[in-house]
Design a protein around this ligand. Structure first.
Ligand SMILES: Cc1cc2nc3c(=O)[nH]c(=O)nc-3n(C[C@H](O)[C@H](O)[C@H](O)COP(=O)(O)OP(=O)(O)OC[C@H]3O[C@@H](n4cnc5c(N)ncnc54)[C@H](O)[C@@H]3O)c2cc1C
Length: 321
């Protein structure tokens, strides 16, 4: 294991003002950009970790966690040993857990999470299966590289206009699609549930119930991810595919185990986007502070900034985040 703090480098934060980070941990404000590059995000996160002296272990795959009896904490299994903790916050996201088998023959496709660089894909024409954020991200990148793209989607979510981006495309994505349309190289085909992919001479055939599309290049699978909570599924009570959580985002059956991130869901309130689920961080911090007998008053600053969402009644019918 490599423990990066406090031996973390204190240099190389470019234009980032560490004092500004202390006041407002917003990457957009710090970089004065709405959409950062990957490198800018990495730099920002390193600066935050450095400033707050976060004890971060890198290149560590958590293999298992085991609750100790009588709510005494957890043992966390990592390749070269174990860690012990009183509380555990699971924040392992989804991106490293793609659903690679949504239908027969899907393994002949490339899942979008497996593509390190769109520029390295050979070929001029592509079929993308799935038209939500991942599919449109893939489509925008490929059209931007001069490729022709067909996007096949079960519903045609690009036509859904809703204030909640958990159920419709975000404005930024719609804006990118406008450019794609203007090139004439993007074709959107909705109401098309893909049933199977087969290898055929010269390429791949993609089948819905009534239609077939053939592509010389591997179809690109943008049909989604599994929740990383599946790794520790036995520590939750599952209902309709979602892990049961208390109002403090703690497992209903494993005291001390909290969840933050896109897997958090309360009834029809979905926290699958960062700008939504970050409002629950203070809720978890507050719960842990209360149990440790620590004064939670400093968390009130989160409430003042609209980042302490402990009343979900405002989210019932429409997302007001
Ligand atoms: C194409 C696309 C577009 C999106 N656009 C937006 C958007 O515009 N706005 C928005 O708010 N959200 C957007 N999202 C969703 C957003 O990216 C995710 O919800 C967010 O990244 C989740 O953050 P996270 O930190 O919970 O998980 P992740 O970003 O997945 O990070 C999880 C971390 O846990 C680590 N990890 C995983 N498993 C283990 C393990 N076993 N042991 C140790 N470490 C582990 C990983 O290495 C990773 O560092 C988009 C997602 C996609 C795919």
């Amino acid at each position: 294991m490599h423990f990066i703090t406090p031996s973390f480098p204190s240099h190389g934060f470019g234009l980032l003002d560490l004092n500004a980070i202390a006041r407002k941990t917003s990457p957009a404000i710090n970089f004065q950009r709405e959409h950062l590059t990957g490198n800018q995000y990495a730099e920002y996160l390193e600066a935050v970790a450095y400033y707050f002296e976060l004890p971060i272990y890198t290149n560590v795959e958590v293999q298992n966690i085991e609750p100790l009896s009588q709510g005494q904490g957890f043992v966390v299994y990592v390749p070269d040993g174990i860690l012990k903790t009183q509380f555990l916050i699971w924040a392992a996201g989804e991106f490293q857990y793609p659903n690679l088998t949504p239908f027969p023959g899907a393994d002949l496709s490339l899942h979008n999470s497996q593509i390190a660089s769109w520029a390295h894909l050979e070929g001029d024409e592509f079929i993308i299966i799935g038209g939500y954020e991942s599919g449109m991200d893939a489509g925008s990148n490929l059209v931007g590289l001069g490729k022709r793209v067909k996007v096949l989607d079960r519903t045609g979510i690009w036509a859904e206009l809703d204030t909640d981006p958990s159920i419709s495309l975000s404005p930024y994505t719609l804006q990118r699609m406008d450019f794609c349309y203007s090139t004439g190289r993007l074709e959107l085909i909705g109401n098309t549930a893909i049933k199977e992919v087969k290898a055929v001479p010269g390429g791949y055939a993609v089948y819905s119930e009534y239609n077939k599309w053939v592509s010389a290049t591997q179809p690109i699978l943008c049909t989604g991810f599994e929740s990383s909570l599946k790794q520790i599924a036995h520590l939750f009570n599952w209902s309709e595919g979602y892990a049961g959580l208390t109002q403090e985002d703690e497992s209903t059956i494993t005291p001390g185990l909290f969840v933050v991130g896109p897997s958090v869901r309360h009834s029809n309130v979905i926290f699958c986007f960062i700008y939504k689920f970050r409002q629950r961080f203070a809720v978890v911090a507050n719960a842990i502070a209360q149990r440790l007998g620590i004064d939670p008053t400093p968390l009130e600053v989160y409430r003042q900034e609209g980042m302490f969402l402990d009343d979900l009644s405002c989210c019932d019918d429409d997302c007001l985040c």
